[in-house]
Design a protein around this ligand. Structure first.
Ligand SMILES: Cc1cc2nc3c(=O)[nH]c(=O)nc-3n(C[C@H](O)[C@H](O)[C@H](O)COP(=O)(O)OP(=O)(O)OC[C@H]3O[C@@H](n4cnc5c(N)ncnc54)[C@H](O)[C@@H]3O)c2cc1C
Ligand SMILES: NC(=O)c1ccc[n+]([C@@H]2O[C@H](COP(=O)([O-])OP(=O)(O)OC[C@H]3O[C@@H](n4cnc5c(N)ncnc54)[C@H](O)[C@@H]3O)[C@@H](O)[C@H]2O)c1
Length: 518
């Protein structure tokens, strides 16, 4: 998603004048708006901007939380913490710096409050830009929470949204639900957001604990282990599944274990649930974590640590927004949608489409990523405009912003093997390495690999997994290839700039067709 910076707000304002004037020609007929969006995170924002570009009159319920998770409690502040802590790690790595011929005299220190302030200020700035872009484009921001009214089983369409604060009811031809998600806290875990916290509390960096247990080794756990160890903490991961980083491609997870865990003050337990977590009092009483075996449920260990971070996934934020009264049955809070993002009354074959109601972003559970939410928002508006559109989720890249980064598009190798067997095609695999890449070596960052998985019959790229410096930027070329159906034959003949990290991919593409990279 793109938020125009405040420096360009005058041009936005100019554009907004034109856009606002065109509201008179709005197609909303008997309704207050063409489109009402509930939830002003990146999903709702993406939908609102595209809605206005299609000259639809648009209102968005923000629930007093413009920017939502990504901007206020997610992508944006976490990347600020990763950037600051990454600098600390780099400047403290005296041996590594010595290889460049750089000497850091004296101790490298940081000011915890200063680092926290950087994250907070960035979030506020992006939030301001995001709000500014909505206002400038003529989107009406309604500050309250939006609650669906009417509809009901068999009633078909839903056109009314009530402002929970004022009680005022607004009507729209089409409605988009974009309420996002909140942290999942497993039963038995007590969160005080001080000594036992979710990402919401962790992002405030109220302390840098000496020893922190991170429950869950997914994206959030991994990114925070990078932040904490860079700032001087020791980390213990507690992971319920048999492998650490279980959602990642196995080969990449093994490399990540070497690069992001083994060389750092991190240990881990796998196959255990944190079944009971009790907050502590800093300097007085430790946080206690009881662990049970994930299979036998027998107690295996109790840890006493300075702090615990709960990074055990997220759940949809769909309670108390009138879904039941509109006849919508959720599954664990997730709203079922069809490929056009239209809400289904329930999951499974019995669900029927509610034709003018859409649900985008984390709340539909398709892919919990900011850019996926925004893409789904744009797609919903396309469908509202009568141009049938579906999002290709296989072509949406993802990245974990550790040092080095991990990035991927498409299924893991394990999933691709299953898919190939089921669909009757042959899986090809080719690798590139950072070890022999001039740019990576100039940076003294020769660790990592890229692997390209492709369909041997068609040559089309199925998935790419990268671990290495700037993997998050490198993956885009691969995502575009998956989206466009580009073949490894075509990619192997495309010219990559020298010397760049992209040549790691060039090596993998050429390897797939039996050519060697220079
Ligand atoms: C720590 C962390 C780091 C992350 N980092 C990344 C990253 O680097 N890259 C990435 O792609 N993704 C990242 N994510 C995930 C990303 O933040 C989410 O996928 C994204 O925010 C989902 O957008 P959304 O619009 O669906 O929901 P949200 O951003 O959650 O926004 C929903 C909004 O709707 C509001 N709302 C809910 N109900 C109502 C109502 N009834 N009326 C009015 N408003 C309502 C909520 O308060 C919220 O403001 C991260 C998440 C976390 C927690
Ligand atoms: N860079 C990014 O794109 C980024 C960054 C952060 C978050 N996110 C998004 O936010 C979402 C949530 O991230 P997350 O890391 O919390 O979830 P996740 O689903 O990625 O990982 C949660 C982990 O916790 C484990 N777990 C669950 N309950 C447990 C228990 N009781 N004890 C021990 N382990 C337990 C699970 O097995 C899993 O490995 C993700 O879906 C991700 O897409 C994205």
């Amino acid at each position: 998603f793109v938020v125009p910076s405040s420096s360009s707000s005058s041009s936005i304002a100019a554009a907004a004048k034109i856009a606002t004037t065109s509201l008179d020609a709005s197609k909303c007929g008997n309704y207050d708006y063409d489109v009402i969006i509930i939830g002003c995170g990146v999903g709702g924002h993406g939908a609102a901007l595209h809605s206005r570009s299609q000259e639809l009159s648009t209102a968005i319920f923000s629930g007093n939380d413009v920017g939502g998770t990504c901007v206020n409690r997610g992508c944006v502040p976490s990347k600020a913490l990763l950037a600051a802590s990454g600098r600390v790690r780099e400047m403290r790595a005296t041996e590594h710096l010595g290889e460049f011929g750089i000497k850091v005299e004296g101790e490298v220190t940081y000011d915890r409050e200063g680092v926290a302030r950087h994250a907070k200020q960035l979030a506020n700035r992006v939030k301001g830009n995001l709000e500014g872009s909505l206002v400038a484009l003529g989107v009406d921001i309604i500050e309250g929470r939006g609650i669906l009214v009417g509809g009901g089983a068999g009633a078909g369409e839903v056109h009314e949204v009530k402002d929970a604060t004022s009680g005022k009811v607004y009507t729209a031809k089409d409605i988009i639900l974009a309420p996002g998600s909140i942290p999942f806290v497993p039963p038995g875990v007590t969160v005080d957001e001080k000594t036992v916290y979710t990402s919401d509390g962790a992002l405030e960096l109220q302390s840098v604990p000496q020893w922190v247990a991170i429950i869950g080794s997914g994206y959030i756990g991994l990114e925070f282990s990078d932040v904490y160890t860079a700032l001087g903490s020791e980390v213990t991961f507690i992971e319920a599944l048999p492998n650490i980083m279980p959602t990642f491609d196995r080969e990449i997870a093994k490399q990540a274990e070497r690069l992001l865990i083994r060389d750092r003050p991190i240990d881990y337990r796998t196959g255990v649930f944190a079944s009971e977590v009790t907050p502590g009092i800093p300097g007085v009483k430790p946080v206690t974590i009881k662990m049970i075996d994930a299979k036998t449920k027998e107690h295996v260990e109790t840890l006493e640590v300075d702090a615990a971070m709960v990074a055990t996934g997220r759940v949809p934020n769909t309670a108390n927004m009138g879904l039941e009264s509109a006849g919508i049955e959720t599954s664990r809070g997730f709203v079922a949608v069809d490929p056009q993002m239209r809400v289904m009354t329930k999951h499974g074959d019995e669900g029927v489409v509610i034709p003018n109601l859409y649900c985008i972003g984390d709340a539909n559970g398709k892919m919990m990523l900011a850019h996926a939410a925004s893409a789904q928002g744009i797609s919903a508006i396309e469908n509202i405009c009568g141009r049938s559109h579906t999002v290709n989720h296989d072509a949406i890249p993802a990245a974990c912003f550790t040092h080095p980064e991990i990035a991927m598009v498409g299924p893991t190798e394990e999933q691709a093997i299953e898919r190939a067997a089921k669909e009757g095609w042959t899986l090809g695999k080719s690798q590139g390495s950072f070890r022999a890449n001039s740019k990576a070596l100039a940076e003294l960052e020769g660790n990592g690999m890229a692997k390209v998985l492709y369909n041997k019959e068609s040559g089309k790229v199925v998935a790419v997994h990268i671990i290495g410096i700037h993997a998050a930027d490198l993956i885009q070329e691969c995502a575009n290839a998956v989206a466009a159906g580009t073949t490894v034959q075509e990619l192997s003949m495309m010219v990559h700039t020298h010397p760049t990290l992209c040549e790691v991919l060039d090596e993998a593409f050429k390897g797939a067709v039996g050519m060697s990279a220079h």
